[in-house]
Write a protein that binds this ligand. Structure first.
Ligand code: SAM
Ligand code: SF4
Ligand code: SF4
Length: 361
C-alpha cells in the first residue's frame, strides 16, 4: 500500500500558530509513524479532576486542596474536541475513548458523546463507576457503545483504602449493573494490581466475574506520572497473575481481537468467559501501539509516558482551517518514535512525566 507523504512542519513553529501550507490530507488509514504504526485509537481526557484519590494515580499528598487543576477556560470545549476528533478519524482513527480524570464529572458529558457518536467510529468511556447509576442511561441514549469500569478489589476495606475517599465496592457494582441494564455491556473491568495492596484479591475478582459476560483486565501497576511512588517491587507481573488464577480455574490463551490490542486474552476452559492481562511493564507492546492522546487542555501526546505534548488548542482557537490542523496532526504522528515501555529503566521511571489524570488513561 502506498502512503501519502505529508510535508513535515517544524515542531517549534507549532507554538507560534504557523501559517501551515495547504497540503494533501492523508487518506483514511494511511498515516503512519516512523515504525509504521497507524493512528487507530484516540483517547480524549475531558477533565483532570476526579472524585477519587486512587493512591497509584492521584495520591492525596499531591492532589490536595492546593493542587493547580486546570481552570475552566483552559479546557477544550465540546465543539473543539469534536472538531479535533473528526480530523483524527479522517486520519484513520477507528476508536475513541473518553477518559480523564473522571469523565463523568464533566458537565453534560452526554452532549459530547452525542457529537462524537456522529463520527461513526467505536465510542467507549472509562470511568470509576461512581456516577454510572445516574448517567448510564443518558450515555447510552447519546450513542455511547461501551463502558470500562475500574474496580481494584472486591474487598470493601481494600477498595476504600485504594480509592482513598472511602467509596464502597457495592456502589461500583451497582454502577456496573445499571450500565449493563442500559445496554452498555458487556463491560470491561480494570483492576490495577499492586503487590501487597490488592494482589490477594486477584482470584476473587476472576471468580466473581466468571460467567457474567464482563471481562476483567488485570493491569500491571505502571510508572505513569511522577507522584505515585512507583517501584518495580510493587509490580505483579501478568505471568504471575495468570498462574495464580490458573491454580484455581483452568485457563487457556486466545488470539487477540485485532492487531495492537493491548490486553493478552485468556479464556476459561469451561467456556464461562475470558479475562485479560495488560503487561505494560513486563511485556512492552510499543511495537503495535496505535494510540494518540488528547489532553484536557488540548495537547496531543503520542505516548502515555511523554514529558511534553503538542498544543492543538492554540491552533483550534487560532482560526486555522481543517486542512491546516490536519496537516499538523499528520506531521506530529509521522515523526513519532515512542517506545517508552521497551526502554524503561529505574532511571526513566524516576524522570518527570505527565500525570495519568491529565493525559487520560
Ligand atoms: N477515572 C477513570 C477510571 O478510573 O476508570 C478514568 C481515568 S483512569 C486514569 C484510567 C485507567 O487508568 C483506570 O483503569 C486506572 O485504574 C488506570 N491507572 C491509573 N493509574 C495507573 C497506574 N499507575 N498504573 C496502571 N494503571 C493505572
Ligand atoms: Fe480518579 Fe481514575 Fe485516577 Fe482513580 S484511576 S484517581 S478514579 S482518574
Ligand atoms: Fe504506546 Fe508509549 Fe505505552 Fe509504548 S509506552 S505502548 S509507545 S503509550
Amino acid at each position: 500500500m502506498q502512503r501519502n507523504i505529508i510535508p513535515l512542519i517544524d515542531q517549534r513553529a507549532l507554538q507560534a500558530v504557523p501559517a501551515v501550507p495547504q497540503t494533501r490530507i492523508a487518506a483514511t488509514g494511511l498515516l503512519a509513524d516512523t515504525r509504521g504504526r497507524r493512528v487507530r485509537d484516540l483517547r480524549i481526557s475531558v477533565t483532570d479532576r476526579c472524585n477519587f484519590r486512587c493512591t497509584y494515580c492521584m495520591p492525596k499528598s499531591v492532589f490536595d486542596r492546593d493542587y493547580p487543576f486546570l481552570p475552566r477556560d483552559a479546557l477544550l470545549s465540546f465543539e473543539e474536541i469534536a472538531r479535533a476528533a473528526r480530523l483524527f478519524v479522517a486520519h484513520g482513527v477507528e476508536k475513541i475513548r473518553i477518559t480523564g480524570g473522571e469523565p463523568l464529572l464533566r458537565r453534560n458529558i452526554e452532549r459530547l458523546i452525542e457529537m462524537l457518536a456522529r463520527l461513526g467510529v467505536e465510542l467507549a468511556l472509562t470511568t470509576n463507576g461512581a456516577l454510572l447509576p445516574k448517567k448510564a442511561r443518558a450515555l447510552k441514549d447519546a450513542g455511547l457503545h461501551r463502558v470500562t469500569v475500574s474496580l481494584d478489589s472486591l474487598n470493601d476495606a481494600t477498595f476504600r483504602a485504594m480509592n482513598d475517599v472511602d467509596f464502597p465496592v457495592a456502589s461500583v457494582l451497582d454502577g456496573i449493573a445499571v450500565a449493563t441494564d442500559a445496554g452498555l455491556g458487556p463491560l470491561k473491568v480494570n483492576m490495577v494490581v499492586k503487590r501487597g495492596t490488592n494482589d490477594r484479591d486477584i482470584v476473587a475478582m476472576a471468580r466473581h466475574f466468571k460467567g457474567s459476560g464482563h471481562i476483567v483486565r488485570f493491569i500491571e501497576f505502571m510508572d505513569v506520572g511522577s507522584s505515585n511512588g512507583w517501584r518495580m517491587d510493587d509490580v505483579v507481573p501478568s505471568a504471575e497473575v495468570i498462574e495464580r488464577i490458573r491454580a484455581e480455574m483452568p485457563l487457556e490463551p486466545i488470539d487477540r481481537n485485532y492487531e495492537g490490542e493491548v490486553a493478552q486474552r485468556w479464556r476459561h476452559v469451561d467456556g464461562s468467559g475470558e479475562i485479560g492481562v495488560i503487561s505494560s511493564v513486563t511485556r512492552a507492546f510499543c511495537s503495535t501501539c496505535t494510540r494518540a492522546r488528547l489532553s484536557t487542555e488540548g495537547k496531543l501526546y503520542t505516548c502515555l509516558f511523554a514529558s511534553h505534548g503538542h498544543d492543538l488548542r492554540a491552533l483550534l482557537r487560532g482560526g486555522r482551517s481543517d486542512d491546516e490542523l490536519s496537516a499538523v496532526i499528520a506531521s506530529i504522528w509521522q515523526v513519532r518514535e515512542d517506545r517508552y515501555s521497551e526502554i524503561r529503566t529505574a532511571e526513566t521511571a524516576r524522570q518527570r512525566k505527565i500525570e495519568m489524570s491529565y493525559i487520560g488513561g
